[in-house]
Design a protein around this ligand. Structure first.
Ligand code: SAM
Length: 263
């Protein structure tokens, strides 16, 4: 992908998250989805007593605050390029010298951060970062030897037999779902392997009421991933139509956890 295209996608993602903090936190307080996802990530990373954690794409702080609570010895740094998401994150934390939130781009970690980390996570953010290779290269150079990088990647929405429900519903309704992601899972896995050697990859199939997943895709930034060409109201209409067309009450929301360790 050339630099101009990377810049355009990055700006669009940033604009979409600038419009998302209220709906994002509302979704999270109703369903606790990111909390569950982050708990799975932490368990899979199996870190003993981390001291210095970087949370890339910390959003409104769900993952950073969870890390702060789960790792009582650690300092946590949350980084995001959306001031509106960060403002919410800061509002949730009383002054605490174990956590700080920094505005910065995931692909320019080296210029925003002056310290090293033993743990770096990208929870629900890597698939939004078109120059993920540059971001991971820089993350790797900020990682101490023996440190770990942990990632959660959104894969898709499936039926019981593994059928792709977004593709099926779109084929039936012709809503124009965009299934292109800035980052593919195979490219991501191949790249992490190339910089860190062996990696651990674990698939998680969340069996959820389809309305929960509909609510996820109704967050402004998430709806823009499915229907980038439309305004928010029209995106909401299309997301509703898409999920109303699915025949089962429950769907499989598949995420992939990837863990790499620096030798
Ligand atoms: C789905 S949210 C995840 C938030 C958080 N990790 C959690 O568990 O709730 C993704 C976040 O990644 C951020 N993000 C996307 N692209 C980014 C980039 N290039 N640099 C920094 N942050 C980015 C977005 O602004 C958004 O807040």
């Amino acid at each position: 992908m050339d630099a101009e295209k990377i810049g355009k996608i990055r700006d669009a993602v940033r604009r979409n998250f600038e419009a998302s903090p209220v709906q994002y936190d509302d979704f999270e307080s109703r369903h606790g989805f990111f909390r569950n996802l982050n708990a799975i990530l932490l368990e899979t990373m199996d870190r003993e007593n981390p001291r210095n954690i970087l949370d890339v794409g910390c959003g409104t702080g769900a993952s950073s605050i969870q890390l702060l609570q789960a790792c009582p010895q650690a300092r946590v740094c949350g980084l995001d390029n959306s001031p509106a998401m960060l403002e919410k994150a800061r509002m949730k934390c009383c002054p605490n010298d174990r956590i700080d939130f920094i505005e910065g781009d995931a692909s320019a970690l080296g210029s925003c951060l002056r310290r090293r980390f033993d743990t770096i996570i990208y929870s629900a953010s890597i698939f939004l970062i078109p120059d993920f290779r540059e971001s991971l290269r820089q993350a790797c150079s900020l990682l101490e030897p023996g440190g770990k990088i942990g990632i959660t990647f959104m894969d898709g929405v499936y039926g019981e037999t593994g059928n792709n429900l977004l593709v099926e519903a779109d084929q039936q309704l012709g809503l124009g779902v965009s299934l292109k992601k800035p980052v593919s899972l195979s490219d991501l896995e191949a790249f992490i392997k190339s910089i860190l050697g062996s990696i651990k990859v674990v698939e998680h199939n969340f069996d959820l009421p389809r309305d929960v997943v509909k609510d996820f895709f109704s967050i402004p930034a998430m709806s823009a991933g499915l229907f980038p060409a439309f305004d928010y109201q029209e995106r909401l209409n299309r997301v509703s139509a898409l999920f109303a067309n699915m025949s089962s009450d429950n769907v499989i929301f598949r995420w992939v956890v990837i863990i790499g360790s620096k030798p």
